[in-house]
Design a protein around this ligand. Structure first.
Ligand SMILES: [Mn+2]
Length: 585
């Protein structure tokens, strides 16, 4: 039952077997072996974690950039654990890309505020509930703690021993005979004394503790059978206590009892222990041999590792021992958090990719330490307290920047990561077609084609086709999914919806779509209800219309044929369609 560290023992029940501990072997301070143990367990402890995250409502670029940049940073810096995370559910396209790449879905990160697990000590002394009070007091002193958690035999937290409980126990000591606070095994007493059992069984004793300093004919009458007696090299007093029927006779000052005493003890069933300590110290040590459960606080403040630090800080400051024990779901102690751990804790660390807006970022980002920003959008609203490496580079995707970083460092992404990054470039640039596409996106794509030995255009088409499939979406959903209402100058309302397709026209569903537009228009009393079916590869739009088509034909200078107005080269509702339509009504 030597002091154990929480991390080492959290997964197994405390051993009930006594093992030599430093306190008991008399070093009185952590010995070399122990200090060494602690160092090696620190070495295998988890590396400090750095989260890498894209924006909320993650798209393929956000997820891919987090995965890719984590992989690169982990290779460049072995001192930290880079962890890609997501801030929401994956969309269909991203899921397709991850499946295709055999890449792992990043874990969801709900927030980046400090939790108990971020500051708690994972190494702390943990006592078994039958551990002698003295042993637990030693742990406290050695570790300079005000409390020591105590585990029951099944590993669950049983309570805590606090310095205050110990102090009170000794201040409170009455003028009456001392007694053990709870039944203690003779072997536990012998261990605390560093003495030896000379005869008798290893019984549990629970009586008062007496020092026999008087003549044998003047012994206090209160001494009873079952009590514990400490006496020096006085044959007559030793025999007298055996005669009374004490359960335990402790002989101090390393004195050896006579054969007569030993045989009397054997006959009477008295256990005899020889102590190397003087009589007074021996008696004190016996009372300190009681199991610590007798003095522990059985209802200590406990917290869970995922509790927010801000939620538990006040409670920790309010309890007299200014600490809380972190327990797992099985109520096993796994950490200790003390008042000092609450002072200036280091925030969690994060790298932001593909965004720089606080509102788009992980909840609690304002409390986090932002180590770097890697983005291809405008400079957003994120504020940092210290200078950070920030990249706002106007290329088609953040994945492009990640690929450039790999190449700059002479490294090649793993195949799953390369595949995911390719998907991201093709997604953000609509297969290198969007106006945001740059030469660098082309270069990154060509590089990935070489690494992966695949055709990027083919891959991109497959990605868009398999994830923008509208064939199973019903017509009413298509005309209302991304619908925007506008108020015309005459006060009437019109509506323009838009869906994106890839090389797959919705021609064969024309009647169905026009019927849906018409019925929604009647229900909502629109003057015009329109649907832009935009082919993002061909960069063309078919405008399906229902309602007053005259002003529309006038605006675009084209006749509506069978309910459809072809608009070659038109892709933007906001820039190319809505202004003309609104001007016409
Ligand atoms: Mn992006």
């Amino acid at each position: 039952m030597q002091p154990r560290t929480g991390s080492a023992s959290a997964h197994r029940p405390p051993s009930r077997r006594a093992q030599p501990s430093l306190a008991r072997s008399g070093h009185g301070r952590p010995g070399r072996a122990r200090a060494h143990d602690r160092r090696s367990s620190a070495a295998i402890a988890a590396l400090p974690r750095i989260y890498v995250t894209g924006h909320r409502n993650p798209d393929t670029d956000s997820i891919a950039a987090a995965i890719g940049y984590s992989e690169l940073m982990a290779r460049l810096d072995s001192e930290h654990d880079y962890k890609p995370v997501r801030l929401g559910d994956l969309n269909t396209q991203t899921r397709w890309v991850l499946d295709r790449a055999h890449a792992r879905e990043p874990d969801f990160l709900p927030h980046i505020m400090l939790r108990v697990r971020d500051v708690m000590r994972r190494e702390f002394p943990l006592a078994a509930d039958d551990e002698p009070v003295r042993e637990v007091g030693w742990m406290m002193a050695r570790q300079d703690l005000d409390l020591v958690p105590i585990a029951a035999a099944n590993g669950e937290l049983a309570g805590v021993m606090t310095e205050r409980a110990l102090a009170r126990r000794y201040i409170r000591e009455s003028r009456e005979a001392s007694r053990l606070d709870a039944p203690a095994k003779v072997s536990a007493i012998a261990e605390v004394l560093e003495g030896e059992i000379l005869t008798g069984e290893d019984r549990e004793v629970n009586g008062r503790v007496w020092v026999l300093a008087m003549e044998v004919d003047a012994l206090p009458e209160e001494i009873e059978a079952g009590d514990i007696v400490v006496v020096g090299n006085r044959d007559d007093a030793q025999l007298a206590s055996i005669e009374i029927g004490v359960s335990l006779l402790v002989i101090s000052n390393r004195c050896a009892p006579s054969d007569a005493v030993l045989s009397a003890a054997r006959e009477r069933g008295t256990t005899v222990v020889r102590s190397p300590l003087d009589t007074y110290v021996t008696a004190r040590m016996i009372t300190l041999s009681a199991p610590c459960c007798a003095l522990m606080d059985p209802e200590p403040l406990t917290v869970r590792p995922d509790d927010l630090l801000s939620d538990v800080a006040d409670e920790v400051k309010e309890v007299h021992y200014r600490a809380a024990v972190a327990v797992d779901a099985a109520r096993k102690p796994i950490g200790l958090i003390t008042r000092t751990d609450l002072v200036g804790p280091r925030p969690r660390q994060v790298i932001l990719v593909d965004h720089a807006e606080q509102a788009q970022s992980v909840p609690g980002v304002e409390q986090a330490e932002i180590l770097e920003i890697l983005d291809h959008h405008h400079i957003g609203s994120i504020e940092t307290k210290v200078p950070v490496r920030a990249t706002f580079d106007p290329v088609g995707s953040t994945a492009t920047l990640v690929i450039e970083r790999f190449r700059h460092n002479g490294m090649e992404p793993s195949r799953p990561t390369a595949t995911v990054l390719l998907g991201a470039i093709l997604s953000d640039t609509v297969i290198l077609n969007s106006p945001t596409t740059t030469e660098r996106d082309h270069a990154a794509t060509e590089y990935l084609e070489r690494v992966l030995k695949i055709d990027a255009t083919q891959f991109g088409r497959e990605m868009f086709e398999s994830t923008s499939d509208l064939s199973r979406v019903d017509a009413e959903a298509i005309v209302s999914r991304d619908a925007k209402e506008y108020e015309a100058s005459d006060g009437r309302t019109l509506c323009i919806a838009q869906v994106e397709t890839v090389g797959q026209a919705l021609d064969e569903r024309r009647d169905e779509l026009l019927d849906a537009l018409e019925s929604v228009r009647e229900r909502r009393e629109y003057v015009l209800n329109a649907l832009m079916v935009t082919d993002i590869l061909a960069k063309d739009t078919d405008l399906y219309v229902s309602g007053e088509i005259g002003p529309l034909e006038h605006a675009f200078g084209e006749p509506v044929k069978d309910g459809v107005l072809p608009l070659p080269g038109v892709m933007s509702r906001k820039k190319q369609v809505a202004p003309k339509v609104l001007a016409a009504f």
